[in-house]
Design a protein around this ligand. Sequence first.
Ligand SMILES: Cc1cc2nc3c(=O)[nH]c(=O)nc-3n(C[C@H](O)[C@H](O)[C@H](O)COP(=O)(O)OP(=O)(O)OC[C@H]3O[C@@H](n4cnc5c(N)ncnc54)[C@H](O)[C@@H]3O)c2cc1C
Length: 386
Amino acid sequence: MTAMSLPPHLGDGHDPLAGLDSLRQEVRAFVAEERKAGSITFGQQTWTTFDREFSRRCAERGYIAMTWPREHGGHERSAAERYVVCEELLAAGAPLGSHWIADRQSGPQILRHGTEAVRKSILPRIAAGECTFGIGMSEPDSGSDLSSIRTRAERVDGGYTLHGRKVWTTNAQHADYLIVLCRTEQKGENRYAGLSQFVVPLDDPKVSVRPLVNLAGVHELNEVLFDGNFVPAENLLGEGGDGWKLVTEELGFERSGPDRILSTMGVLTIMAQAAGRNPDRHDAAAIGRLLARVVSIRALSVAISGRLSAGLPVTGMATAMKDMGTTLEQEIPEVARRMLDIVPAATGAPFEAALATAILNAPCFSLRGGTREILKGIIARELGLR
Ligand SMILES: Cc1cc2nc3c(=O)[nH]c(=O)nc-3n(C[C@H](O)[C@H](O)[C@H](O)COP(=O)(O)OP(=O)(O)OC[C@H]3O[C@@H](n4cnc5c(N)ncnc54)[C@H](O)[C@@H]3O)c2cc1C
């Protein structure tokens, strides 16, 4: 992708990704090496694919914890540099699942709200590609409305014990920790009060992880049960009772990155290549329309990344971006299946496999990280319409 100008009302009028071409080329060379070695499969777009060795190699190149302070294992690079590295890896379909959640949201949460002890013990391990995190928000009866969660943390000597159940927990079977949203006080009149977030180690016999296999036959999702496991007080994020504010902040990181645009980029590339071989095809216009949307939504995402690193509020922008990005990600395979003369997964050829994966996974793009209806509600609230 080439650099672009940001709309002035979103950024400050200059292109934050300009001048980063050599970094982009460096990442592309890394991707080419990894493709040759077989660790990146053509067109398989998924940042949830778990490969710890790949994460270690990313870490060796300084591609994890890029913007964090050196004292915590980071590299003190800019948000724009991180954006370039992430979008190149995502567009290539690199298996980022071992570090993606930790780098995108759990690490930044710990950096901002963790105790010194937790920052010191965990952040350098994330930066080294040695530590996997999961998101412990959703529960069997609480997905969209997280204020109704029932997992509770009870105060005991030196910390808390956890009781409850989380569900749809991506990669929990590989994770070292979850950041878990719990009730620390009874639900009262203000349903957003009395919630807290904890960094919870999963290597505890009182924590069980059970698989949930998706419709593509892949085990990435899980149910996680807490049956009285002890969590030290130092693992509380922020002040007790701050959970709602923290979760809202965390979702800003979760909803606004290039991962919400590029899940089906491999399929779009296949379409562009097919049209390139036959430039008279009328499909070129449809591909052009999709690419124009990629470029404009990306401009919004880049602007949000700058705001996040400056500590500015992003809720409305991030929510709108996720809605537009995931709608686009879902439309790409739909356009492809109408345009390309191929049967997904018929012969096992890489482009067929890529299309089949995209078709099977696309429905979840507008569920994970918040559903379309809920996002629309947040946007309306941000605009003062409700
Ligand atoms: C692939 C995938 C990965 C995921 N990974 C994780 C993870 O790692 N960690 C985690 O915590 N969660 C994860 N989730 C869960 C995800 O965040 C929830 O599925 C999502 O927030 C919706 O919650 P729900 O499934 O309980 O649906 P519900 O909240 O029950 O919603 C069901 C339907 O009703 C609609 N609805 C609900 N309330 C309203 C309302 N007030 N107004 C209008 N419509 C409404 C919703 O839009 C939806 O269409 C993942 C989900 C998927 C699909």
